[in-house]
Design a protein around this ligand. Structure first.
Ligand SMILES: Cc1cc2nc3c(=O)[nH]c(=O)nc-3n(C[C@H](O)[C@H](O)[C@H](O)COP(=O)(O)OP(=O)(O)OC[C@H]3O[C@@H](n4cnc5c(N)ncnc54)[C@H](O)[C@@H]3O)c2cc1C
Length: 390
């Protein structure tokens, strides 16, 4: 049996950021990734808030990582629309982005082993035993394991503290041509229940996708394209699962931390998870390093510190799930009224003259006024989602 100090299962943004963070603290983690190369296959709309670049000092001038910067975003309801204030979102090249993180991790001393799947996880008195299958099957004893295996979280869910996360599915086309000038989200509770259609333009091409609990996602997306006269050549199709109800309640147990999609770290309003995943990886790496150092010195440091550190972030606030529950259970009639009262105003920043306009529109809609708590949840939830949603 091989012995290592820190193992990370999954080479997506959460696992790679955990590797960077552990390596910066002087550890030499090993990342196991089942696919032959990092960043592939891409399953992503590729929208990412500028804050992710700031948080992790990712050089914006490194323009191989992104294609376009958007400062405007429309929220389109069956009738009426709203807009997002102060948004700054990059259209990234997701494969290059993940590969950039992998390179940083390797430069700092981490090892990344691709084409190697972790098949089983078992706790013992020394830590955790992983069974990996690459060219050969290996048993590996590790003092610390960070599970960053994405939405399906198969290994994590074998541990008693990780409940199955309800999943929603996304499906996307990359289409030739720029079909819009700004980011758009289209909500319709009948056609795309619990989700929406996104249009993310980037130079010479546009990512257009659907996320919903409804079946026949491709058919629904095709109908949308037809109705909106979007007819460019389809360059790529992709899709995948996304945790839909936000973070799981407990994020650690003896010698194990769960990060990223595996821990449900996805904004439950827009279902974006790159920035949250990286943040959880960063914190898990720091706490994991302290845990390993104290173990070496025969002292005790609890992994529960990971949970308490993460809880300080706004993306962990229960308002996000409340907003999801209220917003996504509204009828189209409600959404249209919301669109009409907002009338192109900001959904997340209503101030000054805008406030008076929106309030006077609201007074004309007694149907909406019956839900003051829900409206406040939408206001607060969308405010957080602007920065943590994609
Ligand atoms: C269609 C779609 C569109 C999306 N669009 C956006 C968007 O525009 N913006 C945004 O912020 N988020 C978006 N997301 C969500 C975002 O992609 C995820 O939140 C993010 O990738 C989570 O990172 P992660 O590292 O936790 O998981 P992942 O990126 O899923 O990485 C997990 C890795 O673990 C590997 N793995 C799994 N099991 C094992 C195992 N047993 N052994 C070894 N390796 C294993 C997988 O191969 C994978 O590489 C989208 C998701 C989907 C499905």
């Amino acid at each position: 049996m091989e012995n290592i100090r820190a193992a990370i299962v999954g080479g997506g943004p959460a696992g790679l950021q955990a590797a960077i963070s552990l390596s910066k603290a002087g550890m030499t983690p090993t990342v196991f990734e089942e696919h032959p190369s990092i960043g592939q296959p891409i399953q992503c709309g590729e929208g990412l808030s500028i804050h992710a670049f700031d948080d992790f000092s990712i050089p914006i001038e490194e323009n191989k990582l992104w294609i376009d910067l958007h400062k405007k975003c429309k929220l389109v309801f069956p009738e009426g629309r709203a807009t997002y204030g102060d948004i700054q979102a990059y259209m990234i090249r997701r494969d290059k982005f993940d590969q950039y993180l992998a390179k940083q991790a390797i430069n700092l001393g981490a090892e990344i082993i691709t084409a190697t799947k972790v098949h089983s996880i078992q706790q013992n008195s020394e830590g955790v035993i992983l069974t990996t299958k690459g060219d050969e099957t290996k048993r590996i004893q590790s003092n610390l394991v960070i599970l960053a295996e994405g939405a399906r979280a198969k290994l994590a869910q074998r541990l008693s503290f990780v409940p199955p996360s309800p999943l929603i599915y996304g499906f996307e086309y990359k289409i030739e041509g720029e079909w819009r000038e700004e980011l758009e989200f289209h909500f319709d509770s009948e056609k795309y229940p619990y989700g929406y259609i996104w249009i993310f333009p980037r130079k010479n091409e546009t990512n257009i996708g659907i996320v919903t609990t409804a079946k026949e996602r491709k058919k629904r997306l095709d109908n949308f394209l037809k109705q909106n006269n979007i007819s460019g050549k389809i360059l790529k199709k992709m899709g995948g699962p996304i945790p839909m109800k936000g973070p799981i309640p407990k994020l650690y147990c003896d010698n194990i931390l769960v990060v990223g999609d595996a821990a449900g770290m996805v904004n439950p309003i827009f279902y974006g998870g790159i920035r949250m995943g990286m943040t959880s990886g960063e914190i898990a790496g720091k706490i994991g390093a302290k845990f390993l150092t104290s173990k070496k010195e025969n002292q005790f440091y609890s992994l529960s510190n990971y949970q308490s550190e993460i809880l300080k972030f706004k993306f962990m606030d229960e308002i996000n799930l409340k907003c999801h529950n209220f917003f996504y259970s509204r009828s189209n009639k409600f959404l249209s009224k919301l669109g009409k009262i907002l009338n192109n105003q900001y959904i997340n920043r209503i101030s000054g003259r805008e406030k008076i306009k929106v309030l006077s529109n609201l007074l004309k809609e007694p149907g909406l006024l019956r839900h003051p708590k829900g409206l406040l949840q939408i206001y607060k939830g969308f405010k957080i989602a602007r920065d943590w949603g994609f």
